[in-house]
Design a protein around this ligand. Structure first.
Ligand code: XMP
Length: 510
């Protein structure tokens, strides 16, 4: 791989997002901790380096710093937020604490003569999130952007190709952020942008081959996009040493088991085992109402099923999961706070009976995983399936889970999916499902009073499932869905449509 950008991680929230933005420019990038040695950096041989943001203050004793020899390598560097402050501090500038925190979308004046801002509007909007700021420039640096309250919101040393911005170009709130990253990666670092997702797949498969050798591997296959892509990678890496386990925990949608069997049961390159585990999952979930408890129980139960299946196969060292990056951040690993414990990350038990859990897609976003799937030759329908969470309908039934509620939800959800597909809305809506709430309300049917469940419909449009907008489904289609569900499924007498986006809501209700 010729052209690479090295991202040095100082603990910010958006680090993988920076890597993703670089990959979007068709240049390979990797995120490494700030402790990376100069030898390692030389070996990596990057065309450019990006310092990420981070929560620390550079003037504190334990502030994270990387080896300042990095500034002598002759490689272009872009410092973002804390990364800019680290650059300033290392090269003789001064960083101070501001009297107030500048947070949110701010107007900035960009000097469009700088190569970093070439082709942009000089009046622009950027996302700021900082308390510290660069108060004095290092020698040979010039200011290239400022806001009303931050004089040095960006700087450059043209000769050395060092750049710094106090704002975050990697997030969508920075209107021309993408173009700034492109200017750095393409023009300043002088890359051609020839890298493609298939290289990621190729490289990962090689790494997996080397790591696993002739050991046995179990892959947790849910039939969704992520685990199907992970399984296909592993099948290419270790062939028949791979066994895929599909656990039917009884919390799947109507028709799901059949679909997974159709896609995987007869593949010649995959050893496939289906485990019927409905009773043990429902038993463990009996009476449980707390969403995080449900997630943890399901996460643990999955592992226990995998462990007992592994025992039947002899020695199995590795368990493969299709964990992707949003699962990791939302589960609160690293420094971010727990939004929800994804069953395959935060929901894992403390002790796991495998030598290691392998997650080849852990750094990728959903849409990137789909691209890898296409490169691996998976069918269009499979790759473009809407996501279905590992804990399944357990987190779409608010309150305790019973077989009766499961059956009601399965039927209602099936009708919703059928109508969305029949009306060709599935091309635009990225995820759609029904939620059985724990509320009962009064209705009237055939002159009789009813007292039945309230069902919520959810449909969102999103690229990466980290943020999402509710979908504006036409009223007449909503009306058909509502009528059909009330008429065809028993015990639902009222239907509402969820019109919140993410944030402030999440996509799933639990
Ligand atoms: P939220 O509800 O957090 O969901 O906005 C974001 C995306 O992640 C899916 N999701 C999960 N997927 N295990 C998974 O495999 C989980 O525990 C889990 N929880 C949420 C959700 O369906 C949406 O696509």
């Amino acid at each position: 791989m010729e052209e690479k950008i090295l991202i040095i991680d100082f603990g910010g929230q958006y680090n993988q997002l920076i890597a993703r933005r670089v990959r979007e420019k068709n240049v390979y990038s990797e995120v490494h901790p700030y402790t990376i040695s100069i030898e390692k950096i030389k070996e990596f041989n990057p065309k450019g380096i990006i310092f990420t943001g981070g929560p620390a203050s550079i003037y504190t004793e334990d502030a994270p710093k990387c080896d300042i020899e990095i500034f002598k390598l002759g490689i272009p560097i872009l410092g973002i937020c804390y990364g800019m402050q680290f650059m300033a501090d290392s090269l003789g500038g001064v960083v101070k604490r501001a009297s107030f925190r500048e947070y949110g979308e701010m107007e900035v004046d960009l000097n469009t003569k700088s190569r970093l801002f070439q082709g942009l509007n000089s009046k622009n909007i950027c996302l700021m999130s900082h308390t510290d700021y660069v108060s004095e420039l290092p020698n040979n640096f010039e200011v290239i952007t400022s806001t009303k309250s931050c004089q040095i919101a960006g700087f450059e040393n043209k000769e050395k190709n060092f750049y710094g911005v106090q704002f975050h170009p990697e997030v969508n709130h920075t209107v021309d952020g993408d173009k700034i990253i492109e200017n750095f990666v393409k023009n300043i670092c002088n890359t051609k942008g020839l890298w493609q997702m298939k290289e990621f797949a190729k490289q990962k498969i090689e790494e997996l081959k080397e790591k696993i050798g002739d050991k046995k591997v179990l892959c947790a296959l849910s039939g969704g996009v992520d685990s199907s892509v992970a399984a296909s990678m592993l099948a290419k890496a270790v062939g028949s040493n791979l066994t895929c386990i599909f656990v039917d925990h009884g919390l799947l949608r109507k028709g799901e088991v059949e679909e997974v069997l159709k896609n995987f049961a007869n593949r010649s390159d995959v050893n496939f085992i289906k485990v019927d585990a409905k009773d043990r999952f429902l038993e463990k979930l009996k009476g449980v109402t707390d969403p995080e408890k449900k997630r943890k129980i399901i996460g643990e139960e999955f592992i226990r099923v995998f462990e007992s299946e592994a025992k039947k196969l002899g020695v199995v060292d590795y368990l493969v999961q299709g964990t992707i990056y949003p699962d990791v951040i939302e589960s609160g690993l690293g420094k971010s706070s727990v939004i929800k414990s994804h069953h395959n990350v935060g929901g894992l038990p403390a002790h796991v009976d495998f030598k290691e859990i392998i997650e080849p897609l852990r750094d990728l976003f959903k849409d990137e995983v789909r691209k890898v799937g296409i490169e691996l030759g998976l069918s269009f329908d499979l790759v473009n399936r809407q996501p279905f969470p590992g804990p399944g309908l357990a987190i779409r039934i608010i309150g305790d889970i019973t077989e009766e509620k499961l059956n009601i939800l399965k039927e209602a959800d099936y009708i919703l999916r059928e109508e969305i597909q029949n009306n060709n809305l599935d091309k635009d809506i990225n995820q759609y499902f029904a939620v059985l709430t724990n509320i009962k309300s009064v209705g009237v049917m055939g002159d009789e009073r009813t007292y039945d469940y309230l069902l919520a419909l959810r449909a969102v449009e999103t690229d990466d499932f980290m943020t999402a907008k509710f979908s504006k489904i036409p009223y007449d289609i909503l009306e058909t869905i509502s009528k059909r569900i009330v008429n065809e499924v028993g015990h639902i007498n009222r239907i509402v449509y969820d019109i919140t986006s993410k944030p402030p809501a999440t996509i799933e209700w639990e």
